[in-house]
Design a protein around this ligand. Sequence first.
Ligand code: IMP
Ligand code: MG
Length: 189
Amino acid sequence: MKTLSGHLVKADLDKILFDSEQIATRVGALAQEISRDLDELPADGEIVLVSILTGSLIFIADLIRRLPQKLRIELVTVKSYPGRATTSRGAQLIDGIDESIEGKHVLIVDDILDSGATLNLIRAELSRRNPASLRACVLLRKQRPSAMATTCEYIGFDIPDVFVVGYGLDFNNYYRNLPVIGTLREEAM
Ligand code: IMP
Ligand code: MG
């Protein structure tokens, strides 16, 4: 019988940019920085982390376990890379947040800052709802002008302008389960 044993995501990788240990170390340092800043905030506001799905799911899971503050999580779904696309097609909010964020301290969490469309969309959407403070955190930022020009308070790694997968980031909804971040072999795309 033919089995699935040979279908391993790692086989499709070209180059590894960050291994699990490098990611864990950086996420830990980011969490410390965020945590210190959260501690400085006035005590009357609640903390809400807004996670942009689907790409940020692994990052947020690791990040929140390193934040000791009392906080809430809201999930928003944004579509920008439909199907096999490897360039952004403009961000579209699919499912928004239900709870009021008025007067609360909001931290947007996303996997990667590319064109900036997603972050700009969510920031505009959330700032209309009068949060007490609004910041953003991404694990990766591509070194391209539109990304560098987008406001983002916390950045894990700056990377070259290449398409990457792993640690939540996908191609055609595959490779999110890779524990490392890397580029794909051309044959895999
Ligand atoms: P932006 O709106 O162009 O900044 O793109 C942000 C969104 O596109 C991210 O939340 C990712 O889901 C997706 N994205 C951007 N670059 C990549 C990539 O290199 N690999 C996988 N997904 C990406
Ligand atoms: Mg995304």
